[in-house]
Write a protein that binds this ligand. Structure first.
Ligand SMILES: *Cc1c(COP(=O)(O)O)cnc(C)c1O
Length: 441
């Protein structure tokens, strides 16, 4: 059976789901991971799963490199090269060249660096451009950091609804920077990266992209699209582990002269010259600040390797095709019960606008989204909940399900919907224990 709107396969039974998995050439990629028995993990967009290679790698870094070799490991074990080496690997996943990406710091910190760098580039030739445009539904940390940059410079952060972005940019002679997240964390909406970048450039603005929900999930071609800067997250679809370092990309045309404000010694042209004056490294290395977190970096490299393992099987393009099939099947199966369950799929149905997640809204009075997710977790289906926002226009509470194309199978899609059916039919979500909110949702 296929979905009428997209031609994606929709299993009609558990047996059919298993059959689709058996025929899937990407199925062996799942063996790279330690997945807990009996769990359907649909939260790889929040925290990717543990690569089997990571525990041994970390043990080696601890016992041999740190324990036995001590400080010699900065050279002998290549510790100092980790930001560039892991950066080069990530570059292959986002359409960047070697030497264009470094792994470092957090997404929030990297965002501050690239926003400042872009602002510096703009100010030199266009002092009247003092607006950063973003979306109200963008991830909060992106907005907080952008607001902070604007406060420092006496600039203005303007939050625009997604649909109004093209019109705002069309009269954008005051816009310095367009800051967008490629795939929206809450709605699953995926921007036309090339189109929005072109629109930004047309009005004279620079385009900064947050690839937190893209890297490792959807193909990105940074060079081809002409973007200016990009940042992204290591612990989501890249499976780098909790709090993994993030990454930063600067277009080669900017990397040699853009200045970022956190000029630490690791971004110096020659850190071990210990010169009193700062001289930025030639390329993207100038976006480094302090000493790399070696343990986290080693785990991140294991995570990135799990995505690169798909290269001989068709790489990001093949992973994307699988992700669309998975999200398409989940959407179609939920659609069948939508009316009975008062659950509505709100993530985009068009493949070109859909990230690697499916978002649902519970339309019943009061909405029981949080409790439904908790009841599902108790039944072994791990998704998450993102609280809405009153607006205007209002943004509803979202039940969010991420589909990492590396380890999610059709049978997981089938089982998740089956268990959702139990939760909805029995109204399990009305139980008190599922309604109490924890600190992390
Ligand atoms: C996950 C995510 C972040 C995370 O930022 P940290 O600095 O790692 O906490 C930032 N931006 C977006 C869009 C995200 O989805």
């Amino acid at each position: 059976m296929t979905s009428p709107s997209t031609d994606e396969p929709v299993p009609a039974s558990r047996a059919e789901a298993l059959e689709l998995d058996a025929r899937d050439p990407l199925a062996p990629l799942r063996e790279q991971f330690e997945l807990p028995e009996g769990i359907v993990y649909l939260d790889g967009n929040s925290l990717g799963v543990l690569p089997k290679a990571a525990p041994a790698r970390l043990a080696r870094v601890l016992r041999q490199e740190w324990g036995a070799q001590l400080i010699r490991s900065w050279n002998a074990a290549g510790w100092l090269d980790l930001p560039a080496r892991v950066g080069d690997k990530i570059a292959r996943l986002i359409g960047a060249g070697p030497g264009e990406v470094v792994a470092a710091d957090s997404t929030s910190v990297n965002l501050y660096k690239v926003l400042s760098a872009a602002a510096g580039l703009q100010r030199s030739d266009a002092p009247e451009r003092r607006v950063v445009v973003s979306e109200r539904t963008n991830f909060p940390t992106d907005l907080y950091v952008a607001a902070s940059l604007c406060r420092e410079r006496d600039w203005r952060l303007e939050l625009v609804e997604t649909a109004d972005l093209p019109a705002r940019l069309a009269r954008g002679d005051d816009v310095a920077i367009l800051l967008l997240t490629h795939v929206n964390y809450r709605t699953g909406w995926m921007h036309d990266l090339a189109g929005m970048t072109a629109a930004a450039h047309e009005c004279g603005a620079l385009a900064i992209w947050d690839l937190a929900h893209s890297a490792g999930a959807v193909p990105v071609d940074l060079r081809e699209t002409g973007a200016d800067f990009a940042v992204g997250c290591g612990y989501k679809y890249l499976n780098g582990g909790p709090g993994a370092p993030a990454f930063v990309w600067a277009a080669p045309r900017h990397a040699a002269h853009a200045r970022q404000p956190l000029s630490g010694w690791m971004g110096h042209a020659a850190p071990f010259r210990f010169a009193p004056e700062y001289e930025p490294a030639d390329g993207v290395a100038r976006f480094l600040c302090g000493t790399p977190p070696v343990l986290s970096m080693a785990a991140l490299e294991c995570g990135v390797d799990t995505v690169l393992a798909a290269e001989p099987l068709g790489g990001m393009k093949a992973l994307r095709a699988r992700s669309l099939r998975l999200t398409g099947a989940f959407t179609a199966l939920v659609d069948r019960h939508a009316a009975a369950w008062a659950l509505r799929v709100v993530s985009p149905r068009e493949p070109e606008r859909r990230g690697s997640q499916v978002c649902l809204v519970h339309d019943a009075p009061g909405g029981h989204g949080y409790a439904i997710v908790q009841a599902l977790i108790a039944r072994g289906v791990v998704g998450d909940f993102r609280a809405g926002e009153p607006g205007p226009p209002p943004c509803p509470d979202i039940l969010r399900f991420g589909f990492s194309p590396l380890y999610t199978r059709f049978v997981d899609v089938w089982d998740a919907v089956e268990r959702l059916a139990v939760v909805m039919a029995s109204r399990e979500y009305e139980r008190e224990r599922f309604r109490r909110r924890a600190a992390v949702t």
